[in-house]
Design a protein around this ligand. Sequence first.
Ligand SMILES: Cc1cc2nc3c(=O)[nH]c(=O)nc-3n(C[C@H](O)[C@H](O)[C@H](O)COP(=O)(O)OP(=O)(O)OC[C@H]3O[C@@H](n4cnc5c(N)ncnc54)[C@H](O)[C@@H]3O)c2cc1C
Length: 502
Amino acid sequence: MLSMEKKSICVIGGGIGGITTANKLLRYGYKVSLYEKNPYLGGLCSGYSVDGYHIDACFHWLMGAKKNTKIYKVWKDLGGLNNSVQIFHSGTFLTIDNNGEIIHLYADLDKSRDEWTKLSPNDEVNIRRFFGTVEKLKIFWDYSQTNKKKRRELLQLFSEISMKIKGVQGSRDDFSKCFGNETIRLAIRYGLTGYNNTLFFMIAYAAYSAGDSGVPFGGAEEIIKRVHDKLINLGCDIHLNEPVDEIVVADGKAVGIVSNGKFTQYDTIVSCVDPNFTIKELLKNKYKIKFFNKLKKNVKDNPVSSCFVTYLAANKKLLENIEVPTIINIDPINVGKKNMDAMLVRPYYFDPYFDKGKDSVVSLFFDQNQDDYNFYKKMSDAEYHKYKNNLIKESQKIFENRYPFLKGKTKVLTSFGPLELYKQTYTSFGAIQSYSFTEESGFKSFSGKSKAISNLYFATQWNKSVGGTPTAIQSGVKVAKKINRSYKNPIKRIAKKLSFKD
Ligand SMILES: Cc1cc2nc3c(=O)[nH]c(=O)nc-3n(C[C@H](O)[C@H](O)[C@H](O)COP(=O)(O)OP(=O)(O)OC[C@H]3O[C@@H](n4cnc5c(N)ncnc54)[C@H](O)[C@@H]3O)c2cc1C
């Protein structure tokens, strides 16, 4: 606890980054105010009801599902996870259904390797390499999540290994060409929605195989309810429906914020809102943050990932015939700027939270990126409305044709794409996950501290490549620690800095 009068800290944005920052700072003993423009916390990590059905608009995979890992511990501190929260882990990361030729990305890597080899003996060498690498990453993942001391050492080893595997830092489209079999190619190309990067796909699969990712029962909605309650218990001053319009800066210091026309003074400010929005709207373009400016200008080499998703209701017993989740090949259709030849089908029958009478919910998911966002943005409202309705109908038709036992038996609940996601949280390009760095851009991350304004910090998924809730969480923890260090022993810190300069 601080001996001096409690410092007041303003956290802008109530997404997972903001929630984590606020939670951690409150535990350190600071006075924290959290401002969120929406009437609810969670940001992109949200769940809600439509027509009495439950929609989960976030968790495909929650990282940190395994107890004693570092991300689990933070989720526990946040209140999101606890011993009684069940996590769904079916043992299959993904089922690939290519016109009835079916393969799996099982958690059991040997089982998948054998299945793939039986299907395509000519690809055996590359199949062995692929699963061998995932196995190594799985071992690495286990170590790095539980063994604090070895983490740095292993990270070094990990980057050495990954650099040596040909194609692993490249796109999944390129990597898929190492295989002759079309179903295996589909598995590689769509193994992980969103990221067109082989390494991240393998890491996500390895984490699943290690038992560290799964789908929390009750989805994002229940998680957010619990983390919200925890913030209240910790004494957080929460301002819902209160968008921040400006961060006021004087003499190189952030002195406060303006919300709903009212100025409030704070000692430190943390923006947990999209950084491009923060720079342009909250700092009125008066300050530049090199890291984000560079990335925004070069988004082609650092693509973001978004999605176009349609949610349907259907009979739960019938949905149970579809494995969770399944990628199906489809006749190519345009979704925004993209020509898609596969659609991700994710039924929710495993969780009673999604039951409504005899029905459950299924989502139909297409990958999107910055180009798709720009494509939709050029449309008038009427044009977009028409385009979106057609896409919803098309998704439903594809689904019903693929699963004829559901023909005429599904009901459209809701749908969203990059434009709706932008409106929801001001996330750049309507992205659900941040820039995915490529070999050209390198794998750097942002420290979270603004150089131009000494007491302004950033804590969002955008601080690191790829993003997602684990990155938002890590950024929040890191920034809270930095702030605490800056107040706890500033003189020692400055002295340390000076001695390093020599
Ligand atoms: C469909 C979908 C599927 C996903 N699947 C997964 C998954 O399986 N696993 C995973 O880990 N992640 C997943 N994600 C991504 C994950 O939700 C995000 O990476 C994460 O929630 C981002 O958190 P954040 O705090 O950085 O940003 P955000 O959630 O964008 O939070 C920013 C917050 O700031 C608020 N805000 C904006 N402007 C202002 C203002 N002026 N004043 C006050 N508040 C403001 C916003 O309303 C928002 O609440 C998914 C997301 C979606 C939409």
